[in-house]
Design a protein around this ligand. Sequence first.
Ligand SMILES: [Fe+2]
Ligand SMILES: [Fe+2]
Length: 205
Amino acid sequence: MVDDLLTAADNALRTLSGANHASRPSPSASGDAPADPGQRRLSGALMRVNHVGEVCAQALYHAQSLTTPNAALKRQFDAAAREEADHLAWTQQRLRELGDRPSLLNPLWYAGAFTIGLVAGRAGDALSLGFVVETERQVERHLEGHLNRLPPDDAASQAIVRQMKDDEARHAASASAAGAAELPLPVRWAMRAAARVMTTTAHYL
Ligand SMILES: [Fe+2]
Ligand SMILES: [Fe+2]
């Protein structure tokens, strides 16, 4: 119990302080930012939204890893969380290159996502996995949308988003293969609504 609390606190601090290191090199070949200030701001806003998504991914996966009694599933959640830590570090670095900043509300997003992750975890492994499948699929669709919205001359952000999208699809597939239950429709609607609040707010804040 004490161990769990320390692990949770350590992860929250690491995520929120930006101390996470990527284990894979960033897919962006260059650190170039779009020359046009308007396009640079748009890239910054979109990558801030994606960075918030990855802050939430840390909170969700760690909460779900803490709550599962199944050791193999815990390893699966932890492995996915390590790939999400790459996403977190890449988007954070990209925000710096764009001369932009992470969301001011990150502690709030993290706390909210951690609570949701605990609830999903307590609902049992099948539903917890179902929650992962639904989340990752929603994120995948969201990232697909960003590939169309990012300025055409921001190849670096596009490369990062494309790799993240591939990774999220793989996370959904492995959660599905591990025995995910389908979530009830109202739960999926609620998740979509929560994601909309988060993405709309993080665009500006
Ligand atoms: Fe991710
Ligand atoms: Fe993922």
